[in-house]
Design a protein around this ligand. Structure first.
Ligand SMILES: Cc1cc2nc3c(=O)[nH]c(=O)nc-3n(C[C@H](O)[C@H](O)[C@H](O)COP(=O)(O)O)c2cc1C
Length: 356
């Protein structure tokens, strides 16, 4: 440990919300389902976040969108992230998100994907600071929970626009900012330039979360020391690898056993099936097989065999046949986990209740 190391197990606050550790699990579309978030909390993330939810989808009571608003009792504190471009629609979506049980409403000003930016949402809003500030103002005025914003450095490579927009968003009511200091154009290439995070920290008086390329305790400590950020956010490093959170938080090194890997994967599969239903879950889960079983943990053909199987029950049976001891680890983990008590919105379509 360096003399400047931050205690990652120290609590901090976003407005009135106490966040028990300085490690935050990143919102990731197509990844941050409830099972991912609950697992993240179990492995030490102090705050978890839903994937971005369309405010238009909420406005039109789109069934799949409303499914993203399911909150389990053991997820808190939880941020639900919304995206959109109309202040009034965003404000209405924020009210729904608060009613669903979110502790924080997070606004997405970072998504670089064309499908989102062409609607005037996501990272494009960094180029329209007035509108971005109006969105934050409208959302902050609509809810009593704190509002946070997640952004990129800007749209174009080398942009520093986040340093102009960030303070304006705080003035408009944002109680925390997360910066992923890559440009939207970069997508996920190159490196996150956390010197910008340090500059942002010096410009605002709310906690800043540093996102980008944090995959180890050493990197977390160096980013916190170099930036003065309140917390680090972990995204890709935690995909199929909740043990990374534990390593970052506690310095627990060493690979998980094969039994632990399979037990966590099977638990994740069961929860995802409960959440999404078998049909959607079986497609959704395929990328997770590689994430869990890769990293040199299992030979590559084994993963290839799993993705060919028709149902998640087939996959589960094959996993247990390969690693029988995983059943006992799973039993222990399941016993330690509280039963799920989803909070569902009163006006959710009836078919959603059917799923859960
Ligand atoms: C598959 C994927 C989906 C993502 N979806 C979102 C999202 O919905 N909202 C968001 O704010 N950021 C999203 N991100 C960005 C991450 O939250 C994070 O800022 C970025 O991946 C950098 O952190 P990392 O290096 O720890 O992965 C996504 C990233 C990935 C890889």
């Amino acid at each position: 440990m360096t003399p400047f190391s931050t205690n990652l197990r120290e609590s901090w606050r976003i407005g009135p919300v106490e966040v028990p550790t300085r490690v935050v699990l990143a919102p990731m579309a197509g990844v941050s389902v409830q099972a991912f978030r609950r697992q993240g909390r179990r492995f030490g993330a102090g705050l978890v976040c839903s994937e971005m939810v369309s405010c238009a989808g909420i406005e039109h009571r789109n069934e799949r969108t409303l499914g993203y608003l399911r909150v389990a009792a053991d997820e808190h504190p939880l941020a639900i992230q919304i995206f959109g471009s109309e202040p009034a629609v965003m404000a209405e979506a924020a009210r729904m998100v608060e009613a669903a049980g979110a502790d924080i409403v997070d606004i997405n000003f970072g998504c670089p994907v064309r499908k989102v930016t062409k609607t005037g949402a996501g990272a494009t809003l960094l180029e329209d600071a007035d509108r971005a500030a109006r969105i934050v103002g409208a959302v902050a005025g609509a809810v009593s929970v704190p509002v946070s914003v997640k952004m990129r450095r800007g749209v174009a490579d080398g942009s520093r626009v986040c340093l102009e927009v960030g303070p304006r968003l705080v003035e408009a009511g944002a109680q925390s900012l997360t910066l992923h200091p890559r440009s939207a154009r970069q997508m996920y290439t190159g490196v996150a330039d956390h010197s910008l995070t340090a500059e942002l920290v010096s410009l605002v008086d709310v906690p800043v979360i540093a996102s980008g390329d944090v995959t180890s305790r050493a990197k977390a400590q160096s980013v916190l020391a170099a930036t003065g950020a309140a917390a680090v956010m972990v995204g890709r490093g935690a995909q199929g690898n909740p043990w990374a959170l534990r390593e970052i938080l506690l310095g627990e090194t060493g690979e998980p056993t094969r039994e632990e890997v399979v037990a966590e994967l099977v638990l994740f599969m069961r929860e995802t099936v409960r959440e999404l239903g078998e049909r959607r879950a079986s497609g959704f889960l395929k990328k997770f097989y590689g994430w869990y079983l890769g990293r040199g943990r299992f030979p590559r053909p084994f993963k290839q065999e799993l993705v060919q199987l028709a149902t998640t029950s087939d996959v589960e049976a094959r996993l247990f046949a390969e690693v029988p001891g995983a059943r006992f680890v799973l039993q222990r983990v399941e016993a330690e986990q509280p039963a799920v008590d989803d909070v569902l919105l009163a006006d959710m379509p009836i078919s959603i209740y059917g799923g859960g």
